[in-house]
Design a protein around this ligand. Sequence first.
Ligand SMILES: [Zn+2]
Length: 443
Amino acid sequence: MGLVIKNACIITCDQGVVIPDGYIRTKDHQIVEMGKMSAFQLQAGDHIIDAYSRILMPGFVNPHMHLYSQFARGMSSPKMISFLEILEGLWWKLDKALKEEDIYISTLIGLIQAIRSGTTTIIDHHASYGMIKNSLTAISEGFSQVGMRGALCFEVSDRHGEKDAEKAIHENAQFLEEVSEKCMSPNFLLRGMFGLHASFTLSNATLKKVREVNEKIDAPYHIHVAEGPEDAGDAKSNYNCSVVRRLADEGILREGTIAAHCIHVSDVDIELLKKSGAFVVHNPVSNMNNAVGRAPYIKMCAAGIPVGIGTDGMSAGISNDVKTASVCHKEAASNPSAGWNEVQNSALKVNPKIAGHLFGQEFGVIKNGAVADVIIVDYIPYTTVNSENFWAHILFGVLNSNVHTTIVNGKTLMQDHKLVGIDEASIINEARKLSAALWKRIG
Ligand SMILES: [Zn+2]
């Protein structure tokens, strides 16, 4: 007995296997059985979801998200003409004004969007300098309430002074400790990373403290790298080398670290990134929206760096960023074939690998024994789907369709477009009240 999804067109993302008319059975948090419908046998107590020929595939992983940014939608802000102005005029003001309830409801709003977009893991990068202590606990409560999988961290920065940077270091350490006690349970869906804002707001002294505190914990870092000209490490910066060199020398770029953006990087930087074992996360929609430049994505992939695709808070689901990555690098290279394999690899292999590194499990595949993070998409293919062309169906079909059902760790969070056990109306109601009050506080 278990949860059965039948009559599905299964894109396994496992060695290109596609089962045009198949089923899966999950038990507890795992996929325990799968195959063609002709082999399916009903068992007593089975709970059945009929996919009616829709696509079934692994849920998506968003490896760089800012859930705290939700209440910025529609907020008025002055015209900003540089990346630093966007940070100072919008994000740093907003994060300084957040209260506990804002953080919690922002999280729920983002996670509802994640569920609706078929995202089953969110790797969040948090800032709330008005409420540092226990902010990660407030976010984790949101994750637990909806049943989402993810990893959390607080971005350490010197932008509000040394004291706040120390509090932020402590918040990471405290959360990482809490997580290490609980992570043996297969039902505990959160992990921690050590969050850092970006090289240009981190002094050598603060980085030293971070390293000291993290020495025993040994957590991978999650940091913005060379996102704008302000963080490019050129002659204007305080350091006489590139930010990649600095972060590599400081031990921040290491195995499992997430280096978000990596736009203003040289060939030497790319080599350093490759050697470090860090993941790079490309966020093309945010980068275009902030006009900070275009990451040398194809070059970094060619160098053998595992490059994932995230959203940087622009959306909870990765669909827009994956579709944008697939076209912007074609345009840049004047080559309609550019990026085809790279974007597929980022979305279907590297993103799940980043989650896998944190959880010590394999993600992004439908197979026996795999974690039951599964989605059914409102997309019934009208042409053949096979091992040669499934990426085209995902890119042009799945990513343009609504998600029908989202299952995380074997638990159904949404079925037939209806959220399970989540009171969306009251969360929206609360968000409206809290965001209006937040906008007033920011002024
Ligand atoms: Zn970011």
